[in-house]
Design a protein around this ligand. Structure first.
Ligand code: ACO
Length: 327
């Protein structure tokens, strides 16, 4: 008998580190303000000319090596991103070519902002379960530095660039990293809370008076939504699968803000030391944050075979979602 599992993980972060002190030379802020309000100490910034597809390809290559598979074994590539290389074609197609994935693979992007990885993960899982695809690469990759307003201290301090990837496919029953469940949600109609208002088909050619092509956010409202809906999504998936909160060995949340994570830990009554946290080193990398954290958590031994792991995210949309994996 077979199950579906995560067969390998990989990640990539650009070399350039931007500390809070570095940001304080660009906008009026301080290391103290950023650390106490968010927990972020530094983030990575992509090099000039380094594209989302380059970061995605590097993370995917590492995940394939970890899985012991070749690019030609992959027949489905999903890239979750809100910062594609260009509006068309999909970054997944560009990654397919850079990586050398089989020519007949299905390749497309998913945009669910910071929930994008969970959206791609559930989509890939369903496509594998259909029996029509065998091995999927799900990649979260973002060059958020390209959509930040570097004069707006309420947003530019929060984000960073990175990529993370997983290979998913069939495995014999009893294998590690079994995918147990996933669930996606959206509450549309809250566009103005978190968006990039300009640059889409409403404003095709840049003209004076256009809305900005940078991330705009109402931080406090997003904060409240994040806590409420990540708590809901986590409870929902645990209940669906008959799992008690204290059976969860590790929670890998979207890495947006340490205070959001602290609040969810309290609501769920799961000790915060069971949450894997790396936002201090990367900031919020949107769709890349969960696969980057999964890969790190595995490499440092924070998730071990048999551990029940809860993934939970929220993002613009507003979207949210959760998934359960038994390592
Ligand atoms: N440095 C110094 N001061 C600042 C900064 C900064 N970087 N940013 C804001 N301030 C000031 C404000 O101007 C304000 O000053 P005022 O009181 O004189 O008006 C004061 O600090 C407090 O601002 P608040 O916005 O109330 O601060 P808050 O404690 O809410 O923290 C934050 C702001 C960190 C943005 C928080 O609301 C938050 O984390 N929200 C969630 C955001 C989030 O996670 N977004 C991710 C979205 S995921 C996706 O899909 C992209």
């Amino acid at each position: 008998d077979q199950i579906f599992a995560i067969l390998g993980t990989g990640s990539y972060a650009p070399e350039r580190v931007m500390t809070n002190d570095d940001i304080a030379t660009v906008v009026e802020t301080s290391d103290e303000w950023i650390v106490t309000r968010t927990g972020i100490k530094e983030r990575r910034i992509a090099a000039e000319g380094e594209m989302t597809s380059d970061m995605a390809t590097a993370a995917a290559r590492a995940a394939l090596a970890d899985a012991g598979l070749a690019p030609t074994d992959i027949d489905l590539v999903i890239v979750a991103t809100l910062t594609p290389d260009m509006p068309m074609p999909a970054t997944a197609c560009i990654v397919q070519a850079k990586l050398g994935v089989a020519p007949h693979a299905a390749c497309f992007d998913v945009n669910a902002a910071c929930s994008g990885f969970i959206y791609g993960f559930d989509t890939a899982w369903a496509m594998l379960q259909s029996g029509r695809y065998r091995h999927a690469l799900v990649i979260g990759a973002e060059k958020l530095s390209s959509v930040l307003d570097w004069s707006d201290r309420t947003t530019c301090v929060l984000f960073g660039d990175a990529a993370g990837a997983v290979v998913m496919g069939p495995a014999p029953t009893g294998s590690t990293a079994e995918i147990i469940g996933a669930r996606l949600y959206s509450e549309g109609g809250n566009t103005e809370l978190l968006c990039i208002p300009g640059g889409g088909s409403n404003h095709p050619a840049p003209a004076p008076g256009d809305p900005p092509r940078h991330i705009q956010m109402k931080g406090r409202e997003v904060f409240k939504f994040a806590v409420r809906e990540m708590d809901d999504a986590a409870r929902d998936i645990l209940e669906q699968h008959g799992v008690e909160a204290d059976e969860v060995s590790c929670v890998i949340p979207h890495q947006a803000n340490l205070r959001i994570i602290d609040s969810i830990a309290q609501y769920l009554e799961i000790p915060v030391d069971r949450f894997y946290i790396n936002l201090d080193r990367y900031g919020n990398t949107s769709a890349a944050s969960i696969p980057l954290a999964i890969d790190e958590a595995r490499r440092v031994g924070r998730v071990k075979p048999g551990d029940l792991t809860l993934l939970v995210a929220f993002g613009a949309g507003l979207t949210y979602g959760s998934a359960l994996v038994r390592w």
